[in-house]
Design a protein around this ligand. Structure first.
Ligand code: NAP
Length: 254
């Protein structure tokens, strides 16, 4: 049995860890290649695009893939649609492993945005010193905000265009509440911008902003393909695989 995991997330790595070494299972994880030195999952890893949905369908056929898990980031919208199309074409069962989005709690001052461009439009009315945690891609949306100062946190250095008044902090999660509190204080941040990525690793910034009574601009998730079963965590993906491939070895206790 051959399983292909479309990865690039903590959950994809965790799933590979859970499945690695299962007798009778060949496992391949796929990364887009955006990060210079990614944290690699155990097992076989391939890097780079497939050449669209048709290329992925071809890959599934050529490599006799029995099940496909789309464990990409909730904002990797294109890849999720390609996965749905390719799985249908190649008649391969597909599961989406997608961590749930964040939910505001009492004390949060969240401002929802439909896109990075919408988020940029909201900022001049909210503050002047912005902690931008949306990653190194898409900074062009903020490039015209010449009056605002940005602290940009990303795994690799951003490429232009980006805002003219900007400091870059190269770092990757998980982050702690103490660390995020200190970061907001030291840089005199007055607004946080984030994608609704979900998950625990990058959530402490939300708690730190809440404590400080600071507004947070939350970019909503892009649309995902309809009709694809979704599970919220790697353990349930393992269970789905067990049922799908008929391998009892995968069935974990509840
Ligand atoms: P995207 O816009 O949905 O995909 C763009 C293209 O990148 C796809 O058409 C595909 O190229 C290639 N691609 C994406 N994920 C791939 C994978 N796992 N394996 C092989 N090729 C892949 O994706 P993105 O937003 O650029 O994200 C790229 C990767 O970074 C994803 O793996 C995602 O999990 C990870 N990531 C994204 C974010 C985010 O905020 N977007 C955050 C953290 C991690 P082809 O059409 O040539 O196949």
């Amino acid at each position: 049995m051959h399983v292909l995991i479309l990865g690039g997330t903590t959950e994809a790595r965790r799933l590979a860890e859970l499945l690695h070494g299962t007798p009778g299972l060949e496992l391949t994880s796929s990364l887009a290649g955006r990060v210079a030195s990614p944290r690699l999952p155990p097992g076989e890893v391939r890097v780079g695009g497939f050449g669209g949905a048709a290329g992925l369908a071809e890959w599934l056929r050529e490599h006799a893939v029995d099940a496909l898990i789309d464990a990409t980031h909730p904002f990797a919208g294109t890849m999720s649609f390609h996965a749905a199309q390719a799985a249908a074409t190649a008649h391969v069962p597909l599961l989406a492993l997608r961590r749930p989005g964040w939910v505001p709690v009492e004390g949060d001052d969240w401002h929802e945005a439909g896109s990075l461009e919408d988020a940029a439009g909201l900022l001049p009315g909210l503050g002047r010193r912005i902690f931008l945690t949306t990653g190194r891609m898409g900074l062009a949306a903020f490039a015209d905000l010449t009056d605002l100062w940005f602290l940009v946190r990303s795994v690799d250095a951003p490429e232009s265009p980006y805002p003219p008044r900007m400091e870059v902090l190269l770092d990757r999660g998980p982050f702690t509440l103490d660390g995020e509190r200190e970061l907001l204080r030291r840089h005199r941040v007055d607004v946080v911008v984030t994608k609704d990525s979900g998950g625990a690793a990058t959530a402490p910034k939300l708690a730190a902003a809440r404590e400080a009574g600071m507004p947070v601009v939350v970019v909503r998730r892009p649309a995902a393909p309809e009709g694809v079963p979704i599970v919220p965590d790697p353990e349930r993906a393992v269970r789905w695989l067990g049922e799908c491939l008929g391998l009892r070895i995968f069935l974990l206790p509840d």
